[in-house]
Design a protein around this ligand. Structure first.
Ligand code: SF4
Length: 505
């Protein structure tokens, strides 16, 4: 029979509703609450609040709200605050009741400004340390990659700083000032901006990057992921035009500072495989498992069909090369900025050489470059081409793709806020959430095992109960048997005393 829902009056008051009981046992927020200590934030931001004035929203609640914002990929802070009263699990996670007053959405942006990116960096570092303590971080082998983040700004906001437009634009003076400040900062940090000529009036920290056929304002996130359980151990956001190759050493240093373990092997793609990076690895005693950048550009159109550098044999004694035709390429100049020594054959030899068409397109003859530390580089190149290195390079592709693919769920590839420091906060939150997920997946497993213990205990209890009941039955049987035999003995004894003629009946 079909049931009908009678239209009735809404219940005005609900008694005996306990939020704790309404949130299921395996709810991810319950696990986060069990695993993560949010109380640390009080100590972290203590100096950022005054001792008088209005009482603020507790920092632990603000941090949890920011976590909810990214974890559930809520479009805006306004929408987050509107959704909080509708979600029992969120209310429980925040320690709120049905009648708690929900803070205004502006609380979050004010807190971000007050706390700064250092607080979120500290939160990220704490979770990395927790992963380390849980045995989820090896620390010795790290994988690296970078990915682009679309800035929250239209390409229409881009201004050519060298065009006449600047004289017409109202806010240009302000922008120019900010650009100058930014150029000062980037030159200090070693970042090389390719397109500093074009600046966005809405997000000047982002830079124009062409990717997938489209030029857009973008940022770039640089990540180091540990090999053991794919914990993100180092992260940094830069303008989109910054070359990831320049971020290898900073990521190694961040990883070592966060884990306290010296890196043994770095695995990265060919963009990191520069001579400078190989030499850095050599100086730090690190194995650089990266495709050599030079090799990936060896088959360019201008070099196609001409002798590769391997055909030229270097003679250490005379510090010169011998070419396939048997002539000598002598040392010519040192290029200071790239630390390369140029070797060249004599023009006369090359012009009369029969192999010239296979050797060079240059009229003056063939020349070669050799790094001043080529012997160190050769050693590193050989180590980067071993079977283990090739396996690592293959693993890196899947591992890093997986790491960024998981971040897509949290909308990492689209910046929520404008400004480099805010995008850094976003990336810290995304990476922290991913690491918390890794903690949940791996740390709750032993808990499941410990949960199984009561089952074993229960089984043992049941076994003991059965045993005891069997023992009781046996004892009862034994007593019964003993009683019967005593009764028999007693009746026999009475029979012997009796003088009736019924003996033996
Ligand atoms: S072109 Fe010059 S460098 Fe090349 S093989 Fe001939 S002589 Fe040697």
């Amino acid at each position: 029979m079909m049931g009908h829902h009678p239209p009735g009056q809404e219940t005005l008051f609900y008694a005996n509703i306990i939020l704790e009981e309404r949130v299921r046992k395996n709810h991810p927020l319950r696990r986060i609450n069990e695993l993560i200590d949010f109380e640390f934030i009080y100590k972290e931001v203590k100096d950022k609040y005054g001792s008088k004035g209005n009482v603020s929203i507790p920092p632990s609640v603000i941090l949890k709200l920011m976590l909810l914002l990214v974890f559930y990929n809520v479009r805006s802070e306004r929408e987050l605050m509107e959704t909080v009263p509708e979600r029992i699990d969120w209310l429980w996670f925040l320690g709120y009741n049905f009648d708690t007053v929900i803070p205004d959405h502006s609380v979050l942006s004010k807190a971000r400004k007050r706390w700064g990116q250092e607080t979120f960096k500290s939160f990220f570092e704490r979770i990395v340390f927790q992963c380390l303590q849980a045995g989820l971080v090896d620390g010795k082998k790290i994988f690296m990659d970078a990915s682009l983040i679309d800035a929250d700004a239209s390409t229409n906001s881009v201004i050519d700083s060298e065009s006449l437009k600047r004289y017409l634009h109202h806010g240009y003076q302000e922008l120019e000032k900010r650009l100058e400040e930014k150029q000062g900062e980037t030159s200090k940090s070693g970042d090389h901006k390719v397109n500093s000529r074009y600046i966005s009036s809405t997000d000047p920290d982002a830079s124009i990057v062409r990717y997938g056929g489209k030029s857009k304002l973008r940022y770039k996130t640089h990540r180091a992921v540990d090999s053991l359980c794919e914990v993100i151990t180092a992260v940094e956001v830069t303008a989109g035009a910054v070359d990831e190759g320049h971020k290898m050493l900073p990521l190694i240093e961040i990883n070592e500072a966060n884990t306290g373990i010296k890196v043994d092997t770095v695995v990265a793609d060919s963009k990191y495989g520069t001579k400078e990076n190989f030499l850095t690895c050599n100086d730090k005693g690190i194995n650089g498992h990266m495709p050599i950048l030079k090799n990936s550009s060896a088959n360019t159109a201008s070099r196609k069909g001409i002798f590769s550098e391997e055909k030229f044999i270097y003679d250490k004694q005379t510090d010169s090369f011998n070419c396939p035709a048997g002539n000598v390429l002598k040392r010519r100049t040192l290029h200071e900025n790239k630390q390369n020594i140029e070797y060249a054959a004599s023009r006369k030899d090359c012009s009369s050489c029969l192999l010239k068409s296979q050797c060079t397109n240059c009229k003056t003859g063939r020349s070669l470059q050799r790094h001043v530390r080529q012997d160190d580089l050769n050693g590193m190149f050989a180590a980067a081409q071993t079977s283990q290195a090739k396996r690592d390079i293959k693993t890196r592709q899947h591992l890093m793709e997986r790491s960024f693919a998981r971040s897509v769920r949290f909308n990492f590839d689209r910046s929520r806020w404008r400004g480099l420091w805010k995008v850094n906060i976003q990336e810290y939150l995304v990476s922290t959430i991913q690491n918390i997920q890794t903690l949940i997946w791996n740390v709750t497993k032993p808990k499941t095992k410990t949960l199984a213990l009561p089952c074993v205990h229960e089984a043992s209890k049941r076994f003991t109960a059965v045993l005891s009941s069997v023992r009781t039955s046996l004892t009862l049987l034994y007593i019964q048997m003993a009683q019967d035999s005593i009764r028999n003995l007693f009746s026999t004894f009475l029979c012997h005393l009796c003088f009736e003629d019924c003996y033996g009946v």
